[in-house]
Design a protein. Structure first.
Length: 285
């Protein structure tokens, strides 16, 4: 079968195009495999391995156009980085869990493993695009190739991978790349790595070169803040106010982070990310 659904064989500079969810080639894995707990992000409880009641026979979501309005904000911001179509069309060769129930349990276990690998590929590709990090480009490229090879493994091999160890090794490289890039900002940089900044008032803050890796910024006011060369890897931006904020050169911003936040037409975004449809002035395509 063609490897087209996934990133195998792609150069890092082209990988981001393949590391995007393509629901039309997925068997609704994100709507079946994980468990949901009723909360502000999910309107219902759903156990792992049970299809969401809104999943249609064609594996598309019945309420996709109004996920937020129906109480499924968590679904609206979720990003599998293309792991869904990779597992569906490549790892399992187009065999879906509905017609082949024997493959279902293994497919559900493989999906989060593949998602981790695809997410790492996304970050590695982003790091390789950072010129000031050229000193570690060789190591980053090796890590990209190794991660890419893992995505091509059979299901049973994927389930045996030590993804935790691999992720730690890749994260160390990404951190070094971040440090090299943020060093371009003169003076002392703010270090908020892993900080609890829930509801923090950072409107207009100078966050150039800051580390916000893993910071909890839920509901924080970052309006008009300057995040040039700030590292936001894994930062929780749910409900964060990004109106007028400058993220044009922020490091490792994902589409999911933007989709979880609030912004406006004055929010500057890094390419190739897009302005979320729920932000003022945006319309559904």
């Amino acid at each position: 079968m063609s490897r087209e659904p996934g990133p195998s064989g792609l150069a890092p500079e082209r990988a981001h195009g393949a590391l995007r969810a393509d629901c039309g080639h997925c068997f609704g894995l994100c709507c079946v495999a994980p468990a949901f707990s009723a909360s502000a992000d999910f309107a219902i409880d759903k156990p792992a391995g049970r299809p969401c009641p809104h999943l249609q026979p064609d594996f598309l979501c019945r309420i996709h156009a109004d996920l937020r309005g129906q109480g499924f904000r968590g679904c609206a911001v979720y990003d599998c980085f293309g792991a869904g179509q990779e597992v569906s069309q490549v790892t399992f060769g187009g065999r879906d869990w509905h017609r082949d129930p024997r493959a279902a349990a293994q497919m559900y276990e493989v999906f989060p493993v593949m998602r981790q690998l695809h997410e790492l590929l996304w970050y590695l590709a982003a790091a390789l695009a950072l010129r000031p990090a050229h000193a570690v480009h060789g190591q980053l490229r090796q890590a990209f190739t190794a991660t890419q090879a893992m995505t091509n493994r059979p299901a049973d091999v994927l389930l045996g991978l030590d993804t935790g160890r691999h992720r730690a090794q890749v994260n160390a490289l990404l951190l070094r790349a971040s440090e090299l890039v943020r060093a371009q900002v003169p003076g002392q940089k703010l270090d908020y790595q892993g900080a609890d900044l829930i509801g923090a008032r950072l409107a207009g803050a100078d966050l150039r070169g800051a580390s916000l890796r893993g910071a909890r910024l839920i509901g924080a006011d970052l309006s008009r803040a300057d995040l040039t060369l700030a590292d936001v890897t894994g930062a929780d931006l749910r409900g964060a106010d990004l109106r007028g904020a400058d993220l044009a050169q922020a490091l490792f911003v994902t589409q999911a982070q933007l989709d979880a936040a609030e912004g406006d037409t004055g929010t500057r975004l890094p390419p190739p990310l897009t302005r979320p449809v729920h932000w003022p002035g945006q319309r559904l395509a």
